[in-house]
Design a protein around this ligand. Structure first.
Ligand SMILES: O=C(O)C(=O)C[C@]1(C(=O)O)C=C[C@@H](O)C=C1
Length: 260
């Protein structure tokens, strides 16, 4: 947890973490929008066409996988909030921090089961990038990949934070949640964990952040200021994908949470 009180995280502290993560998401998407689409980065035929390798993952596959291997070595995935896109054969951490108290908040079985990485990956590449970037290719593949990694990690962390939200909600009302968990009633769980008012506030706030962080400031009177990214994109992103995926994570987590 980024912010936990002495007695462990609360719904308020987890929501504060989510608010802080909005900044990271909005900033990283604005950074990615500096570059055009650069489709070669995502193409599985690009590397084989230029003849460098026989089997050809895309550049994004390669870059994210290699980055995650490096991050695993410094213990990134010991943190339950971080979920790798390529979880197989990750190297072991090369050191163990002394204070590991923050690592045991979630139910391990439920935490391992709640995973929407594939959905996030597909949404980012197929739906978000076409809305965020202009078509074109400026050859800046390394910078594009570096931005993509930050965006993907920020989105994944925010969405998988649903595990923490679910755990604090469960602990605050164990009887209500246990009843639906026992009955494997995902619709009732979804209803119980949904706060429409909060969702509307979140969407309005990220749109405002997009307006504030992406504001192009002109120095000349009469010149339109404009935005680096249309601010509505951020509320759209949250309304269509980020919040629904976070709720999927919460339901999946709860369905797999032991009740003892
Ligand atoms: O704040 C909560 O209670 C959450 O569960 C998080 C969240 C969100 O993803 O922003 C998801 C579901 C709720 O309806 C409201 C907001």
């Amino acid at each position: 947890m980024e912010d936990s009180t002495r007695d462990g995280p609360t719904l308020m502290s987890v929501r504060d973490d989510l608010i802080r993560q909005e900044d990271t998401i909005v900033f990283s998407l604005i950074e990615r929008a500096k570059y055009p689409r650069n489709c070669n980065v995502y193409s599985t035929s690009f590397l084989s066409e230029i003849g460098d390798v026989v089997e050809s993952p895309s550049l994004i596959d390669l870059f994210v996988k290699e980055s995650e291997d490096l991050h695993a070595k410094i213990g990134m995935y010991d943190n339950q909030a971080e979920v790798p896109f390529f979880p197989h054969d990750l190297p072991k951490p090369i050191f163990t921090p002394q204070n590991q108290a923050h690592l045991s908040f979630l139910n391990p079985v439920a935490s391992a089961s709640a995973n929407v990485s594939k959905l996030i990956w597909k949404m980012y590449l197929e739906q978000l990038l076409p809305l965020l970037t202009q078509e074109g290719d400026d050859g800046n593949y390394a910078s594009t990949l570096a931005c993509d990694l930050l965006c993907l990690q920020a989105l994944s962390k925010r969405i998988h934070y649903g595990k923490f939200v679910a755990e604090v909600k469960f602990r605050a009302a164990p009887d209500d949640y246990s009843f639906h968990i026992r009955n494997k009633n995902s619709d009732a769980l979804m209803e119980l964990l949904t706060f429409e008012k909060v969702e509307n506030i979140v969407k309005a706030r990220v749109e405002n952040k997009g307006r504030l962080f992406g504001h192009n400031i002109s120095l000349h009177d009469g010149e339109e200021d404009g935005y680096k990214v249309d601010p509505c994109l951020f509320s759209h992103l949250y309304g269509e994908w980020v919040i629904p995926y976070t709720k999927l994570v919460q339901v999946d987590y709860l369905l797999h949470r032991s009740l003892t």
